[in-house]
Ligand binder design. Sequence first.
Ligand SMILES: *Cc1c(COP(=O)(O)O)cnc(C)c1O
Length: 219
Amino acid sequence: MIKENVKQILEKLPKDVFLVAAAKTRTIEEILEAIDAGVKIIGENYIQEAINVFEAIGEKVKWHFIGKLQKNKIKKAVKIFDMIETVDSVKLAREIDKRCNEINKIMAVLIEINSGREPQKSGVLPEDAEKLIEEVSDFPNIRVMGLMTMGPFAGNPEDARPYFKETKKIFDKIREIDLPNVEMRYLSMGMTNSYQIAIEEGANIIRIGTKIFGLRDYK
Ligand SMILES: *Cc1c(COP(=O)(O)O)cnc(C)c1O
């Protein structure tokens, strides 16, 4: 099933859109099946889980962190991940920079936008994004490469469109002002039920779990 699911998604994906397989709670076997079918980027939410699958699978794919990053896990995270999609504060960026400096790595990051302005959700508010990006771009071991957003959970995928539109607007504006050390290349939006709409609104990274692996038991 996983193989067919991945093939179905990839067949219809525009060439310039990257698929991240959101692999939380999935087994190594399931993830390997997705990789066999053509998945090239794995997204992980939890560091310990990521370490386990990374040790089994290694560097034949790219690894994106897409969860909420705790300060005490950053040292481990920077060793594994090629990109951290969820930077939403200077504090977090400072720690990523420090830990990357220790291992001589420059980390590609996306700035997470709280496009639904939901108090309990992570991400920087749309109106604070520019200032945060300016501050984060000063860290020598971090490279800002774009934006990521979740948007509020919506039963109807169309309901996600305004949040994707708003995030794309910020993306274009930051690209326009052309900040030093910032390369607005990636816009990560859209999950199983909303990725087609996200692509219409300019996403070039989509993060898909359920449509690849089936329903999750937990988390
Ligand atoms: C789980 C997850 C996804 C994928 O969600 P699905 O609805 O299963 O496709 C995408 N992004 C993030 C940040 C996630 O945690």
